[in-house]
Design a protein around this ligand. Structure first.
Ligand code: PNS
Length: 200
């Protein structure tokens, strides 16, 4: 986060790097929702640099390809007119962060259920990479119920995704999910994703 005063030391006595803070918002973004957009806008406002990283959640088989998700995020960033960079990564998020001088991981917290999923992950990430912080932002209540899981489910049944995904990508996302619903594909990923994450 932007600070003008000298940086305090956390409880373990480590010094924060006083240089600009580059944050990474990692996620599956399958697909990008208005909840994600909320976090991206807050991250871009809070940090000197905000990177959005499409990672692999080992417990989930994505419905949208990496290229589709990257294109969705690029469109959203252009539409929001924020300074943010879209990247993809494989392997551990902390390894990618270390290699790219990322000082902070950013995640959104919608509920206590998210918290139960996020806290152990943040603690494990700290164990693996003590110099990298995790920061959480809380989305606006209108977006708090939105999850990529629910969006996929509604979209496969042909529901409108207005108010759930950004308008700039809505038509494409609706079309892709409607096709997946009609062909019966994608149900496997739903089953796999249960308990394998927090629902995006
Ligand atoms: O949107 P999601 O599915 O909650 O995102 C999860 C993601 C991709 C951020 C998380 O699974 C991740 O960071 N995966 C990379 C592997 C990793 O570092 N896992 C956390 C510590 S084992």
């Amino acid at each position: 986060m932007r600070r003008r005063t000298p940086r305090a030391r956390p409880g373990d006595g480590r010094r924060y790097n006083p240089a600009t803070v580059r944050a990474l918002y990692p996620g599956s973004f399958d697909p990008v929702t208005l909840g994600h957009v909320d976090v991206i806008a807050r991250g871009a406002a809070l940090f000197d640099e905000c990177w959005i990283g499409i990672g692999r959640n080992g417990a989930k088989q994505p419905s949208f390809t990496l290229e589709e998700r990257r294109a969705q995020l690029e469109a959203v960033v252009a539409d929001l007119k924020v300074r943010a960079r879209v990247v993809t990564f494989d392997g551990l998020v902390v390894d990618f962060a270390r290699k790219n001088q990322i000082g902070c991981l950013l995640r959104g917290l919608r509920s206590s259920q998210d918290f139960d999923y996020e806290l152990p992950m943040a603690q494990l990430n700290r164990k693996l990479a003590p110099a990298i912080e995790t920061a959480f932002v809380v989305p606006t209540p209108e977006h708090a119920f939105i999850s990529a899981n629910l969006v996929r489910e509604a979209g496969r049944h042909g529901a409108t995704l207005r108010g759930l995904v950004p308008e700039c990508i809505r038509a494409k996302v609706e079309e892709r999910l409607r096709e997946a619903g009609a062909s019966g594909s994608g149900s496997r990923s739903d089953n796999q994703s249960k308990g394998g994450g927090r629902g995006g």
